[in-house]
Design a binder for this molecule. Structure first.
Ligand SMILES: Cc1ncc(COP(=O)(O)O)c(C=O)c1O
Length: 378
């Protein structure tokens, strides 16, 4: 269990922020690292060729440590949609084959696959939300010999249901299907081991549960894709790039690892220090401890919400850090605005109210949220 960590963030006492699934606040330490990154550009004469590589490699290493991968398996990307585009470019799909996606998935996991399917004469097969919350069972039922690529989150961003990725992976690997994961809504909290899961690609934005900056994320590529096609023809991800005086010795060879997929200008000297600082803190806390702590917090909150008429999914399927709840009656249309006027911040996705706390949320936050809901819904 981790003690409350609010002192590491700049969150006023009267702000009750349950919206980490929308955007995490920056750690004070990460903000300082970011300011130092901005300031470094005031003195470009101090920025050397090695600075184009050192932070990038450190960030890869830290992210790899969260998923039991190696730094050479990690690319630096600006968004999930960028990562999905790389996966779609590199995974074969032919006429009449299918790409399996979940209903109400985040759009970055849909559009690239729609385009790919259309271009190949293939189609998307959508798994509908199961009434009993068992997404895992519904995914397994939807598999057939036409499905060649399976695109999944670990936590569904709308309802917070957790998918048993290991079970799904074990089965789809036997069917020789490719697996693409978007772990934006779980990584940093829930432990993941790519050696066991064996995804083809795993994508994660950094600005939510990795406490990192916006416009920054990570792509894991399985070693079998380390010779795949990048989206761009960059220069920094080729052998010899460290020698700036000889960049004119052009080479058609890309790095034989996941860095070949890096976005152009990936050596971002403002965003990388933020991402690194945040990842170091997550490693120091340890994801298993974060998960245990948030699980206890959401369990208590779920209990109190159920006492005032909110229904969450079956506990067996719920993510430890994330509550997607529905109400017994129709909710006021301006519920979120009313809460925001009391400095309480949650989200609504589809028919679900989404409550996503983090280590900065304390007992007082929970009390204020429950009292406000009781008052508004009276
Ligand atoms: C599951 C999931 N994936 C990805 C994203 C962000 O995608 P992108 O980086 O393409 O904007 C979000 C944002 O809410 C998300 O919830």
């Amino acid at each position: 269990m981790i003690n409350n960590q609010r002192h590491l963030f700049q969150i006023p006492d009267d702000v009750h922020y349950f919206n980490c699934a929308y955007m995490s606040p920056l750690l004070n330490s990460a903000a300082i690292a970011g300011c130092e990154g901005i300031n470094s550009k005031k003195h470009p004469w101090k920025i050397g060729a090695s600075d184009f590589f050192s932070d990038s490699n450190r960030a890869r290493q830290l992210f790899a440590g969260l998923i039991n991968a190696g730094a050479q398996d990690i690319a630096l990307i600006p968004s999930v949609s960028y990562g999905t585009a790389i996966a779609a470019l590199n995974l074969p799909i032919t006429r009449n084959e299918k790409i399996l996606v979940l209903a109400e998935e985040f759009p970055s996991n849909i559009y690239a696959w729609r385009v790919k399917a259309k271009a190949q004469g293939a189609s998307l097969k959508t798994v509908e939300r199961p009434a009993d919350n068992d997404w895992t069972g519904a995914i397994l039922e939807a598999l057939d010999e036409q499905v060649r690529v399976v695109v999944l989150p670990q936590t569904h961003w709308v309802d917070g249901v957790q998918i048993n990725l290991q079970l799904v992976s074990d089965i789809i690997k036997r069917l020789n299907c490719a697996l693409v994961l978007d772990l934006t809504q779980s990584l940093g909290v829930v432990s993941v081991d790519v050696q066991k899961l064996q995804p083809d690609f795993l994508i994660c934005a950094s600005y939510k549960w990795l406490l990192g900056p916006y416009s920054f994320g990570f792509l894991y590529a399985h070693p079998k894709h380390h010779h795949g096609l990048p989206l761009e023809q960059g220069w920094v991800n080729r052998p010899g790039a460290e020698n700036f005086s000889r960049l004119i010795d052009y080479t058609d060879t890309l790095n034989p690892d996941a860095s070949r997929f890096d976005v152009g200008e990936r050596s971002n000297m403002q965003l990388l220090p933020i991402a690194i600082s945040a990842l170091e803190q997550i490693h120091a806390w340890q994801p298993a401890q974060i998960e245990e702590t948030l699980s206890l917090y959401t369990n208590r909150l779920e209990q109190r919400l159920s006492e005032i008429g909110f229904k969450s999914c079956n506990r067996a399927y719920r993510s430890p850090h994330y509550l997607g709840v529905t109400y017994t009656q129709v909710l006021p249309e301006d519920l979120l605005q009313q809460l925001a006027s009391k400095q309480i911040f949650i989200s609504q996705r589809g028919e679900f109210l989404r409550i996503a706390p983090y280590l900065y949320n304390n007992q007082h936050d929970a009390d204020v949220l429950i009292d406000a809901l009781v008052e508004i819904l009276r």
